[in-house]
Design a protein around this ligand. Structure first.
Ligand SMILES: C[C@H](O)[C@@H](O)CC(=O)C(=O)O
Ligand SMILES: [Mg+2]
Length: 432
């Protein structure tokens, strides 16, 4: 059957998370978790749902960028797209008049992610499964331009060990135990000590063993809060810290050295996400303290990741389902990470990110790495109730999604009440 795309609609959906400081960090003190939410409709009634994550006012700019891309999608059939998905990725990322405002970075790339995420969702739904493709087909979705010095198409084909799957029915171990997760939800920057203690207690009771906390605003506060969380979780559980790009290179090294006594596994985003050599310097300086560097949530494309890997500038690759150009570009990055033997631990702190990225990490485990050592996927406990197929956590592990698609569909009622500014939630807040 042919599925012709006849419409692309995009909505600015925002959740007022800043009211309770959910999602806050040293650089984003008042994030309203938001999404440019895309619905593509076909002439046979099937729809695909996609999104990209944002944190508030910027969403309206991403929505404009999605609208500017719509003309490249509407009128095509799904079958035409997937018969040359690499070409379609290029069409979106290399359009002669649009690429000037990227290329493959910033607002236009977030918009590309939203559109392509919807296409992947549509593809999986059309196939009636949680995904599609054999290794050759999967590799044919990747644009290798700019990365062949690090990863060739032939190598990629060898690295995909499992026959016949992207989003295929997961293997037994994943079905029984799930994929290990860590929680960031106990220690957002704006939470009080009391709240942090209570959330840690609840999380420990629910079986969580890996915790991430926000740092970087005030050193004395960080020392106090790290001590508190270490006391709460005990010596054997895992702690990670996240500065969200707060420091210069030297400052990062000095600051994190002061937190070494709390034995963080990694410092995340210590400095500018674009500073590859800075991250390399921080990695080198902190290695003797047993602290590694993680980054990726604002690493804007595969070329940047390539250089991070080539420069040994990161020890954990944090792919993001909405920052990179959808599944297509995430596949390139997780295959490069495999080649460089750096574990992938996806970023999921945002609305919808847990839902989407769980598919990518399952693919990484089942089809590429077959390794859980030092690997875990972030989980944040917010806003899942707005999705038709929310991520399911059992005993601190992601349980494989069961419904066909990319788990990216939101409840119509949630979209309706949270669209900005006309949804009821915002009408009420803005009129206060
Ligand atoms: C603004 C977001 O909540 C950000 O703090 C998320 C993040 O850094 C993470 O989940 O890691
Ligand atoms: Mg982070």
């Amino acid at each position: 059957m042919v599925h012709k795309i006849i419409k692309l609609a995009v909505t600015d959906v925002r959740f007022p998370t800043s009211l309770e400081q959910h999602g806050s960090d040293a650089m984003h003190r008042d994030p309203d978790y938001s999404a440019a939410y895309v619905v593509i409709s076909t002439d046979v009634g099937l729809r695909g749902y996609g999104l990209t994550f944002t944190v508030g006012r910027g969403t309206e700019i991403v929505v404009c960028a999605v609208e500017a891309l719509a003309g490249l999608v509407v009128g095509k059939s799904l079958e035409e797209i997937i018969s040359d998905f690499r070409g379609f990725y290029r069409l979106l990322t290399s359009d002669g008049q649009m690429r000037w405002i990227g290329p493959e970075k910033g607002v236009i790339h977030l918009a590309t992610a939203a559109v392509l995420n919807a296409v992947w969702d549509l593809w999986a739904r059309a196939e009636g499964k949680v995904g599609c493709g054999d290794p050759k087909q999967i590799v044919s979705c990747i644009d290798f331009r700019y990365i062949t010095d690090a990863l060739t198409e032939q190598e990629a084909l060898v690295y995909i060990t499992c026959v016949g799957c992207l989003f295929c029915p997961p293997e037994d171990q994943m079905l029984k135990e799930g994929y290990p997760a860590y929680t960031t939800s106990c220690a957002w920057m704006g939470y009080s000590d009391q709240q942090l203690k209570q959330l840690c207690t609840d999380a420990l009771n629910n079986g969580w063993t890996k915790f991430k906390m926000k740092v970087g605003a005030d050193l004395e506060d960080d020392i106090r809060r790290c001590r508190l969380i270490r006391q709460m979780i005990g010596p054997d559980n895992t702690l990670m810290i996240d500065a969200n790009q707060r420091w210069d290179v030297g400052e990062a090294i000095a600051w994190v050295s002061r937190l070494a006594e709390f034995r963080p596994l990694w410092i995340e985003e210590p400095t500018s996400p674009d500073d590859i050599l800075g991250h390399a310097a921080i990695s080198k300086a902190l290695a003797p303290l047993g602290i590694r560097v993680a980054t990726g949530e604002q690493c804007h494309n595969r070329v940047m990741f390539k250089q991070f890997l080539q420069a040994s500038a990161l020890q954990f690759v944090q792919i993001d389902s909405c920052r990179l150009g959808s599944v297509n570009e995430n596949l390139a990055v997780l295959l490069m990470a495999h080649k460089f033997q750096v574990p992938v631990c996806p970023h999921a702190g945002g609305v919808g990110l847990c839902e989407l990225v769980q598919h990518l990490i399952l693919f990484d485990y089942i089809c590429v790495s077959a390794d859980l050592n030092n690997r875990m996927c972030e989980y944040v406990d917010h806003l899942h109730e707005h999705f038709t197929s929310p991520a399911v956590i059992r005993n601190a592990c992601y349980m494989p999604p069961k419904d066909p698609g990319y788990s990216s569909e939101m409840l119509e009622s949630s979209v309706h009440t949270h669209q900005y500014p006309e949804g009821d939630v915002w009408k009420t807040l803005l009129n206060k």
